[in-house]
Design a protein around this ligand. Sequence first.
Ligand SMILES: [Zn+2]
Length: 86
Amino acid sequence: MSVRYRCAACGNRTRFDVLSSRRTRAFWHFTLGGEHSVDEEEVLADEVESVTCRWCGKSSSIEVTAETAAVDGAPEGPRAETTARV
Ligand SMILES: [Zn+2]
């Protein structure tokens, strides 16, 4: 399932500022020389706190559309969509 945003005020569907908080668990790898790299990162939680339109600057008019990914070979039909206001 993928999420799409749409600004109901100006019709923008492509440019947004998204403020989110993430909780992750990562495997940090240090060399003996002290160099650091992140080898694996697992996202435990990813919560979008606010979405602001880059065009008109409004955050109160953003619509979230959750689209169910089409399954290959599935017959054409109305897409399952749910729309909710943030
Ligand atoms: Zn807008």
